[in-house]
Design a protein around this ligand. Structure first.
Ligand SMILES: Nc1ncnc2c1ncn2[C@@H]1O[C@H](COP(=O)(O)OP(=O)(O)OP(=O)(O)O)[C@@H](O)[C@H]1O
Ligand SMILES: [Mg+2]
Length: 503
C-alpha cells in the first residue's frame, strides 16, 4: 500500500456542487489531496476541473458541499482567504496585473515590506533567479509572453510558502526544456511537503509526474487512482467515456503538399531587438510550421505581419503580402486584406468577453466585410455561429453564456472560430491547441489540414514538436530572432528540429 494512503488529507472535499443558472459546472464531486502528493486533475474541456480547483482557491463559492483543510471545515471566500489557509492557485487565465511590473506583481499585497521600489526589484530578482526563471523584474507584465507570465505566477505562489499549490494547465505554454524545468520544480516543492494539484490536458505529463490521478467527466467524478495504475488508454477512456482509438496528434506526415503561390515574404525584419533580420516565405496550399524556444521571436514576427503589434516597433525590413508591401497599423487592416492571426493569449487579445460566442464569431465575419456593409443580421449571426460552434464543438451551459463563462478550452475554440469566420487567405495559428482537450485537438488539426487542402496559406506556431510534425509540410526553426533552418515535413525529426532550435 502506498504510504500516502494512511496520511490525513490536507484537503478533503465531499459532494462539491456548483450551479451556474441551474446547470452544474461540478456535481457532487469528492476529492482529496494528500500532503506532499502531486495529484493530476483531468477531463475534457468544460468537465469542471477549473471550477473544482477554484473552489479550493476561494475564487468560486460552492453551491453545496463541504471542504476541510487539515481536518478543519473551511469555506475560503477569496483567494486571499485561501492563501491564509495555505492554498495558492496558478490560474489558467493569467490573474496578473498587466500594467504593473513583474516585481510589483510578485509582491502584490506585501509592498509594505519594502520601502523602495529598488528593494522590491532586488527581492523579485532573487526569487526569479532561485527558480531559474529568466524574467526581468522591472518589465511590465503586459510586455511578457504567455510563458513568462506563467513563470511569474509560479514564482508568486512559491513566494507565498503555500502548502498547497494548484496549477491550472501550467505546462501548456512551455517548451520541452521549460517543461523539464517545471517538473524539477514540482519535485522540489513536493520534497518540501507541498501538495500539488496539477490540471493538464497532456496525458504523458500527468503520468510522468503525478502520484494520483482524478478524472472528471460532464461535471461528475469518474475515478481517482494511483498514477501507476493508469496508462494513456485508461485515462482517455475515463475522460471521454469510450475508447478513442486514433492517436492523439495523428501520425507523422508521409507526404507533403507542394507549395502554391508565394503569399507572404518577409525580408530582413527587425522588431524591437527580439526579431533580428528575419527572412522567410509562406506559400498557399501548405501548412508552414514555426518552431523555436521561448524568446526566439516567433510570436513577435507574426504579430507584426498581422498588425497586432504596432508598426512603430518595426525597426526595419519589408513584408510582402501577395507581392504588395504592407505595414499594418491595426489588425483590422490585415483582416481586410485577408490575414488572420489566432492568438495564443486569448485573455488579452482574444475577444469581447462579455459578448456571447455567437456575437464574437459574427464580429469576425463582419470584420472581413469592413466598409462594404453597415447592417447586421441576427439571423445571419445565428447561422454563422451555429456552423462554427458545431464544427469546433464549442460547449457552453447555455446559448446565452458569455465568453467569459466558457471553460478555457472552449474559449480557445471561439477564438479560432472567430478568425476563420473572417475567411482569410493567410491564417496564422499561435499555439492553436493550447489548453484544448484530446478530442478537440484532433478536430482542430483536421481543420488546419482542410484549410491547407483548400489552398489557404497556413502558419502554425507551436512549441509542441509532435504537433509541429503532425501538421507541417515545411518547418521553419527560429533561433535568436530569425529563421535559422528549414526542414521539409518528411525529413524532419524531433531531434533535428530541437538541435536547430538550440544550436
Ligand atoms: N462563471 C461561469 N458562469 C457560467 N458558467 C460557467 C462559469 N464558469 C464555468 N462555467 C461552466 O462550467 C463548466 C465547467 O467549466 P470549467 O472551467 O470548470 O471546465 P474545465 O474542466 O476547466 O475545462 P477546460 O479544460 O476547457 O479548461 C463549463 O461548461 C463552463 O462553461
Ligand atoms: Mg479549465
Amino acid at each position: 500500500m502506498n504510504a500516502h494512503a494512511k496520511a490525513r488529507p490536507i484537503i478533503e472535499i465531499r459532494g462539491a456542487t456548483k450551479l451556474y443558472g441551474g446547470a452544474p459546472a461540478i456535481d457532487g464531486v469528492d476529492f482529496s489531496l494528500l500532503p506532499g502528493e502531486v495529484h493530476a486533475l483531468m477531463g475534457e474541456n468544460g468537465a469542471g476541473k477549473s471550477t473544482l480547483a477554484k473552489s479550493m482557491a476561494g475564487v468560486v463559492e460552492l453551491t453545496s458541499g463541504r471542504m476541510a483543510i487539515d481536518g478543519t471545515q473551511v469555506q475560503p471566500r477569496s483567494p486571499r482567504d485561501a492563501l491564509h489557509l495555505g492554498v495558492a492557485m496558478v490560474f489558467q487565465e493569467t490573474s496578473l496585473v498587466p500594467t504593473s511590473t513583474v516585481a510589483q506583481n510578485l509582491y502584490l499585497g506585501r509592498e509594505r515590506f519594502f520601502n523602495r521600489l529598488r528593494g522590491t526589484n532586488t527581492a523579485a530578482q532573487q526569487v526569479l533567479q532561485s527558480l531559474n526563471f529568466d524574467v526581468d523584474p522591472t518589465a511590465l507584465v503586459s510586455q511578457l509572453g504567455a510563458a513568462k507570465k506563467q513563470m511569474v505566477e509560479i514564482a508568486r505562489a512559491v513566494l507565498h510558502d503555500a502548502k498547497v499549490i494548484i496549477f491550472d494547465e501550467p505546462t501548456a505554454t512551455l517548451t520541452p526544456e521549460e517543461k523539464e524545468y517545471f517538473f524539477k520544480l514540482v519535485k522540489n516543492l513536493k520534497s518540501r511537503g507541498v501538495a500539488i494539484v496539477f490540471i493538464t490536458h497532456a496525458l504523458e505529463d500527468a503520468l510522468a509526474i503525478s502520484d494520483r490521478i482524478t478524472v472528471l467527466r460532464d461535471a461528475r467524478h469518474v475515478v481517482t487512482d494511483e498514477a501507476s495504475k493508469f496508462d494513456l488508454e485508461r485515462i482517455v477512456k475515463a475522460m471521454v467515456g469510450r475508447d478513442l482509438s486514433q492517436t492523439l496528434y495523428g501520425t507523422r506526415r508521409q507526404t507533403t503538399r507542394a507549395p502554391g503561390e508565394r503569399v507572404l515574404s518577409v525580408h530582413g525584419l527587425c522588431v524591437s531587438g527580439i526579431v533580428r533580420h528575419n527572412s522567410f516565405s509562406v506559400f498557399a496550399g501548405q501548412v508552414t510550421g514555426v518552431f523555436g524556444l521561448v524568446g526566439a521571436g516567433r510570436t513577435e514576427t507574426f504579430k507584426v505581419v498581422s498588425g497586432v503589434v504596432k508598426r512603430d516597433f518595426l525597426h526595419g525590413g519589408t513584408i510582402l503580402f501577395k507581392d504588395r508591401p504592407v505595414r499594418y497599423r491595426v489588425p483590422t487592416q490585415a483582416i481586410g486584406d485577408g490575414i488572420a492571426y489566432v492568438t495564443e493569449d486569448r485573455k488579452v487579445e482574444g475577444f469581447f468577453e462579455t459578448m456571447t460566442p455567437a456575437a464574437n464569431i459574427y464580429v469576425g465575419h463582419l470584420a472581413k466585410l469592413r466598409g462594404r456593409r453597415t447592417w447586421i443580421s441576427a439571423r445571419e449571426e445565428a447561422e454563422i455561429a451555429r456552423q462554427w460552434t458545431q464544427r469546433l464543438n464549442v460547449k457552453a451551459v447555455s446559448q446565452e453564456a458569455r465568453v467569459a463563462e466558457l471553460s478555457g478550452g472552449n474559449q480557445q475554440k471561439v477564438v479560432i472560430a472567430r478568425s476563420l469566420a473572417q475567411e482569410p487567405d493567410l491564417i496564422i495559428f499561435d499555439e492553436p491547441t493550447r489548453g484544448v482537450d484530446v478530442g478537440a485537438i484532433a478536430e482542430i488539426h483536421q481543420l488546419i489540414h482542410r484549410l491547407a487542402d483548400a489552398g489557404k496559406a497556413v502558419v502554425v506556431i507551436s512549441s509542441y514538436l509532435p504537433e509541429v510534425l503532425a501538421l507541417s509540410d515545411r518547418i521553419l526553426v527560429m533561433r535568436q530572432g530569425k529563421v535559422a533552418e528549414e526542414f521539409s515535413g518528411i525529413e524532419a525529426t524531433e531531434e533535428k528540429i530541437m538541435y536547430a532550435a538550440v544550436h
